[in-house]
Write a protein that binds this ligand. Sequence first.
Ligand SMILES: [Zn+2]
Length: 103
Amino acid sequence: MPDFQLVSAAVLVPGTCATCGRSGDGPMIDTLAEFPPPGGRIYLCPLCVDEANRLRGGLDPMQAQELRERLAAAAERETQLQAELEGKLAEIFQPEALANLIT
Ligand SMILES: [Zn+2]
């Protein structure tokens, strides 16, 4: 399995994205692979990686962020509901409450 790395810039020659040729001044994916001779490092820019991800059915970065936020909100709500449920169960199963149900 490839062992890609996120780097802050494409510092090795040719210093560009291998697929679109975009400058590697910003964050790039370093594939740690080399072009055949004369060589050079194979980098991928975030846009090309996002496009490949989209073709594989992946989420774009904005969709992924929205889902992370919704998941965090749902997890928080789950914690609240669990606490409410435990409180209600504690009320129902108090000995006095059970005795009142029987009599
Ligand atoms: Zn690219």
